[in-house]
Write a protein that binds this ligand. Sequence first.
Ligand SMILES: COc1ccc(S(=O)(=O)N2Cc3cc(-c4ccc(C=O)o4)ccc3N(Cc3cncn3C)C[C@H]2Cc2ccc(O)cc2)cc1
Ligand SMILES: [Zn+2]
Length: 328
Amino acid sequence: DFARKDVDLPQNSPNELLKDLHANFINQYEKNKNSYHYIMAEHLRVSGIYWCVNAMDLSKQLERMSTEEIVNYVLGCRNTDGGYGPAPGHDSHLLHTLCAVQTLIIFNSIEKADADTISEYVKGLQQEDGSFCGDLSGEVDTRFTLCSLATCHLLGRLSTLNIDSAVRFLMRCYNTDGGFGTRPGSESHSGQIYCCVGALAIAGRLDEIDRDRTAEWLAFRQCDSGGLNGRPEKLPDVCYSWWVLASLAILGRLNFIDSDAMKKFIYACQDDETGGFADRPGDCADPFHTVFGIAALSLFGDDTLESVDPIFCMTKRCLGDKQVEMYY
Ligand SMILES: COc1ccc(S(=O)(=O)N2Cc3cc(-c4ccc(C=O)o4)ccc3N(Cc3cncn3C)C[C@H]2Cc2ccc(O)cc2)cc1
Ligand SMILES: [Zn+2]
């Protein structure tokens, strides 16, 4: 069967950012009667909170969030092992530990977390070969290398980890096509490239890769619709806009893609009734695709948004001197 490799942008697609509509979409996750405790699936909740809070910060509307309630909820997800779970009483995982730290930094409340116990938790998940497991289930993924280096960097505890072995493992995941996969030998994927390029940038080791070759693989993700996909022959999706654009920004190669066509696709993913972004035009909006659609537009310099840091997907405002100085 002929698999569609692209989408058509509907004629009446939005052609600008519907910023206030998105703020209302995100906020409805926050109203008392629909607070996170009910709306957001428990196994996702702390990550969902980071996506919502970050979307509001990028949209310059953070003051509409109930800071204290959210900060206390996140702190309530801390476990005795030093890590954070997705909700109170859930086991710790690197994905949610990073989102918890990111949320606390956005609310300028990172001093309420214990940097030493969190970084010791992360260190405990690094393997002999330099890789990281997401939790005690033992799954290794280059995504978890980014979570580990980003969490420890944001806490000022990067030296807790073995950075040399972490970089050696990442380079074993570097494919001849210029991309990175989940583990050594895995096929290249936009999301994994974002994780590996981001981790190398935090480690100050971007000179280990051929940045033009990697940027070229990323540029080939652009479809006729202007949207970016995760792998060859896949459909474009607005969250891949973020993975690909942020990677190109870190590599100093944003000029490798057609930004006007890209923006047109991102605008078309907005839902002009409910607010929010869907993965592609016509689908249901969700907070995950909303934050990455807004972050991608911020990378293009939309001055109605806060400027976003490509490595951490957080505003430069909240990161301050936690930003990694880049060299191109
Ligand atoms: C709806 O189906 C899924 C599938 C995977 C996941 S995930 O947690 O493994 N994850 C993030 C993710 C979230 C959503 C979503 C819906 C509603 C909310 C509320 O905030 O968030 C939706 C999708 C999604 N995915 C799956 C995906 C996105 N685009 C294409 N796909 C297949 C990504 C997935 C992995 C992930 C990526 C980044 C990250 O920081 C954390 C997890 C969640 C829901
Ligand atoms: Zn997506």
